[in-house]
Design a protein around this ligand. Structure first.
Ligand code: ATP
Ligand code: FE2
Length: 345
């Protein structure tokens, strides 16, 4: 990737290194003030053997964080001294994983003597998507392994309009995949098999108000599998049912806040059928769908770095004494001075 030839003193102000480590991915992103992504590297623990163990994931992050950082600097073609800001995922997420990323971020910021910014992971998904797809004030459908939320800007905050009441949609897909013998992560395999599906089998459609739930569908799908239901038909039906639920709550949130842009984020939105269903819904409402490139949809360091730059640009940074991790960091707790005047509340 091309590296802009700024004088050193400017470079120090303009480049941010972001560290992501909320769950099973550790990521390092290096981004400049224009959101030029100089490097965006990530490593995920092997989740094929079952649910993720927070301490094992944290050990994985601790082992990989420094090598990944060196590699990212090499990719970006910069030196440590060129970094002007360090950002990290402060929450929400798994305690041991968050603490590993935060410790690395504090050490780096202290040793370079640059400011530190703690970033909300969900807000980072939204901000990177907003920037790279050039949408202004979208409703975000954030569908990943651990998270399923519909978020929009309203009344000066990013608010969660709907979310899963039990497990994230990606975790549900991966659990289903593990039981029926698909490799991990199962999402892409499910998508492929679903294309061969012919029959729609009935699964419990579970929308409660603005929220969704997936564990009942998982139980039902596994039962049908045991009874000999064709796997391709099951994958197809799982997609159709779960994605219809996501589309329904997203559309309701868009209508409620009167927004005409829908932004996708999280690993599950790489699914082409989900994109198609959201696109159709958006078009029918005269709205537009925006999808960031794959590496910026999944958990990554570039989104943390970019959000750090925006926050720093608004005069926000995190003092060491305030840099403890926040496992239950809520999206609507984040101050958004950069949104003022840009989007209608
Ligand atoms: P978070 O901590 O934000 O919840 P995560 O690390 O659990 O994130 P991501 O990296 O955003 O999740 O995404 C991984 C999930 O996306 C996995 O559950 C995986 O099965 C799912 N996934 C990836 N590709 C597809 C696809 N094509 N269709 C459906 N699901 C997919
Ligand atoms: Fe995420």
């Amino acid at each position: 990737m091309e590296y802009p030839n700024y004088p050193r003193s400017d470079v120090r102000r303009m480049i941010c290194l972001g560290i992501e480590g909320t769950a099973h991915t550790v990521g390092i992103g290096i981004v400049d003030h224009d959101c030029k992504i100089l490097a965006n590297l990530m490593k995920m623990i092997d989740g094929s053997k079952g649910g993720i163990h927070p301490r094992e994931a944290a050990n994985h992050h601790a082992e990989n964080i420094v090598p990944l950082m060196h590699e990212a600097l090499g990719k970006a073609g910069i030196e440590y001294e060129d970094i002007g800001l360090v950002a990290f995922s402060q929450g929400p997420g798994l305690g041991p994983c968050l603490r590993t990323a935060a410790t690395a971020a504090r050490s780096l910021a202290l040793s370079l003597d640059v400011p530190l910014v703690g970033v909300n992971h969900c807000v980072a998904h939204l901000e990177i998507g907003r920037k790279v797809t050039d949408c202004r004030d979208p409703t975000l459908l954030y569908a990943s392994g651990g998270n399923t939320q519909v978020i929009a800007y309203s009344g000066g905050r990013y608010r969660v309009f709907g979310e899963t009441l039990d497990i994230g949609i990606g975790n549900m897909i991966d659990k289903f995949g593990r039981e029926v013998g698909l490799p991990f992560p199962s999402g892409p395999h499910l998508e492929k098999l679903a294309r061969e599906g012919k029959e729609l089998v009935e699964l419990p459609y579970s929308v409660k108000g603005m929220d969704v739930a997936f564990s009942g569908i998982l139980t039902a799908a596994l039962q049908l599998h045991k009874q000999g239901c064709r796997l391709e038909d099951l994958c197809h039906s799982l997609q159709e049912t779960c994605f219809a639920m996501l589309v329904e709550v997203t559309e309701r949130a868009m209508a409620h806040v009167e927004k005409d842009e829908v932004l996708l984020g999280g690993g599950v939105v790489q699914n082409k059928r989900l994109q198609e269903m959201v696109r159709i819904m958006a078009e029918e409402r005269g709205a537009k769908m925006h999808v960031p490139p794959g590496p910026l949809c999944v958990d990554n360091g570039a989104m943390i770095a970019w959000t750090g730059l925006i926050m720093h640009g608004s005069g926000l940074h995190t003092l060491l004494k305030d840099s403890s991790v926040r496992q239950r960091f809520r999206t609507d707790e984040v101050d958004l001075p950069w949104m003022e005047g840009r989007a209608k509340a």
